[in-house]
Design a protein around this ligand. Structure first.
Ligand SMILES: Cc1cc2nc3c(=O)[nH]c(=O)nc-3n(C[C@H](O)[C@H](O)[C@H](O)COP(=O)(O)OP(=O)(O)OC[C@H]3O[C@@H](n4cnc5c(N)ncnc54)[C@H](O)[C@@H]3O)c2cc1C
Ligand SMILES: NC(=O)c1ccc[n+]([C@@H]2O[C@H](COP(=O)([O-])OP(=O)(O)OC[C@H]3O[C@@H](n4cnc5c(N)ncnc54)[C@H](OP(=O)(O)O)[C@@H]3O)[C@@H](O)[C@H]2O)c1
Length: 269
């Protein structure tokens, strides 16, 4: 596994900001692995130049060592030629600075199998699904929305995305368009660091602001109530811990392997 050749090409990249990109990756096989919306694959970038003949004992020329990281798939499984990911650059990180060096046509490695148990299927079709994300954590919810919209898979799909500044809101135009077309989809973007008096007219504060009972009721048109809602949390692990605690105080139960709950999560680190 450690020495496989690159097996995929970076097809396209859309830069939202200097540190946020939507990237599309095409596997050499011509067909992406099967997956459920909510799952992830690992991407890998070579750690350095391939070791040369005469390198450390046992090394073979042309072998490649990779840094690999997990990425939620943002595209729908209906798209079979490529997968889309929404990635933030971590300046001091190992993988993302190297990903930013790859231009379209450049090579990388991608898992041949998708993984993960973060899936809409755990929620019954009559539930309100409440998707709470920070930053790039919006990605798996895009896959779910792109795949299941119009199929009566929820009563309401409430997508809450908390970012530092409005420019970090991934998929904003697509989401606003979807809400115009589909009254079951409610999009709630929030910004924590937009300057007062600037052009941002949306909600300010962390995602918890949108979960305050009166605010949530106003935005969603129904209460955030454990009898009718399943909450999915994705992104910053501190947000997940804090929101899990808050929801626990309101009667929600975290999903676990031992029993079915109505809070599900995917931690990014
Ligand atoms: C299941 C899963 C799905 C993931 N999906 C995505 C995704 O869709 N998009 C994405 O950008 N990342 C995603 N990640 C995170 C990703 O795997 C890497 O950790 C990230 O790209 C940083 O890699 P790095 O090697 O550059 O930095 P590292 O050396 O791994 O540095 C990690 C540090 O960067 C910060 N960090 C890592 N990821 C994020 C993030 N997404 N947003 C804010 N801060 C972060 C944290 O402080 C973390 O400790 C996911 C992680 C998991 C476990
Ligand atoms: N986004 C950028 O503009 C930017 C620019 C340069 C570098 N980076 C790099 O990217 C990394 C990730 O940045 P990011 O902004 O995508 O992700 P992030 O740090 O996870 O922040 C995303 C949003 O989550 C909020 N948040 C943090 N902790 C929370 C909690 N416990 N509960 C609820 N909400 C919480 C943040 O609010 P707060 O603002 O209150 O923390 C912010 O609104 C940074 O570590 C940095 O290295 C980002």
């Amino acid at each position: 596994m450690e020495h496989e050749a690159t097996n995929a090409t970076l097809l396209e990249r859309e830069d939202l900001t200097d540190t946020l990109s939507i990237v599309r990756v095409r596997p050499d096989s011509g067909r992406v692995p099967e997956f459920h919306p909510g799952q992830f694959v690992r991407l890998g970038v070579p750690r350095g130049p391939a070791p040369q003949a005469g390198g450390r004992p046992g090394s073979r020329p042309g072998r490649i060592r990779y840094t690999r990281r997990a990425y939620s798939i943002a595209s729908s499984p209906r798209v079979t030629e490529w997968m889309e990911f929404f990635v933030v650059l971590i300046e001091e990180g190992k993988l993302t600075p190297r990903l930013w060096d790859i231009t379209p046509g450049g090579r990388l490695w991608m898992d041949a199998e998708a993984k993960g148990e973060f899936a809409l299927e755990v929620a019954p079709a009559e539930a309100d699904v409440v998707m709470v994300s920070t930053g790039t954590g919006v990605a798996p919810f895009m896959s779910m929305l792109r795949t299941y919209r119009g199929q009566n898979r929820w009563r309401r799909f409430v997508l809450i995305n908390g970012v530092r500044v409005a420019a970090d809101l991934g998929y904003r135009a697509e989401l606003e368009q979807i809400t115009r077309e589909d009254p079951t989809v409610i999009y709630v973007p929030l910004a924590t660091r937009e300057p007062e008096g600037g052009s941002w007219t949306g909600l300010r504060g962390r995602v918890q602001t949108a979960l305050e009972p009166a605010t949530y009721q106003r935005l969603a048109g129904a209460p955030l109530d454990p009898a009718h809602c399943h909450v999915f949390l994705c992104g910053n692990p501190q947000m997940i811990d804090d929101v899990e605690l808050l929801l626990g105080q309101r009667g929600f139960v975290t999903d676990s392997r031992t029993g079915r709950g109505n809070v599900h999560f995917e931690r990014y680190w």
